[in-house]
Design a binder for this molecule. Structure first.
Ligand code: IMP
Ligand code: MG
Length: 181
């Protein structure tokens, strides 16, 4: 897909190489036990499927829908679960798989929520991290790439539900808003 408004920040081959490294590292960190990937819909589903295939062991996959009220480029801070997990995570190692950590509001909320379900452990894997933007503390154990404070799209990330299926992470140039439905 080519679009004059898009500038590639992280090309597809770099994303895939980094995910293979993360898959190796995570596989070595969790040798035994019941490992549940909790994919945060919708943005993380591309990352989750590639990461799961880079794993050198079996993983259970489950999905959670979260809405952080507000459309466009910022979230308001209120979090709601729109789709809950299918299975219990009690006694399991949970790896939350997220596309990007921005303010940290979503993951700070989610970690507290999942802790109440008595998993054996909880960690976070995020493809992207914008540490400058943090408002709530979140410890992200596995980070694909740290990026500056720029709004990015592609590889799962959207702007008003568009651009998720780009295979690279891109920056949407200023002035593009008029073209987004
Ligand atoms: P947080 O709660 O502010 O950390 O926001 C996390 C969520 O905001 C992510 O899961 C994304 O859905 C969305 N988000 C944050 N930054 C970006 C971005 O640069 N592009 C697209 N979505 C973003
Ligand atoms: Mg998200």
């Amino acid at each position: 897909m080519t679009d004059p408004k898009l500038r590639v920040l992280i090309p597809s081959d770099r994303i895939q190489a980094r995910i293979r490294e993360l898959g190796k590292q995570i596989s070595h960190d969790y040798v035994n036990g019941d490992l549940h990937f909790v994919c945060i819909l919708k943005g993380a589903c591309f990352f989750m499927t590639d990461l799961a295939r880079a794993m050198e062991r079996d993983v259970n996959i489950d999905f959670m829908g979260i809405s952080t009220y507000g459309k466009g480029k910022t979230s308001s801070g209120e979090v709601k679960v729109t789709k809950d997990l299918d299975a219990s995570v009690e006694g399991a190692d949970v790896l939350i798989v997220e596309d990007i950590v921005d303010s940290g509001v979503t993951l700070n909320y989610l970690v507290h929520l999942l802790e109440q379900r008595r998993p054996k452990s909880i960690r976070i894997a995020a493809l992207l991290d914008k540490p400058e933007r943090r408002l709530r503390p979140v410890h992200v154990h596995y980070v694909g790439f740290q990026i500056p404070d720029q709004f990015v799209i592609g590889y799962g990330l959207d702007y008003a539900e568009r651009y998720r299926n780009l295979d690279a992470v891109c920056v949407l140039d200023e002035g593009a808003d008029a073209n987004v439905g």
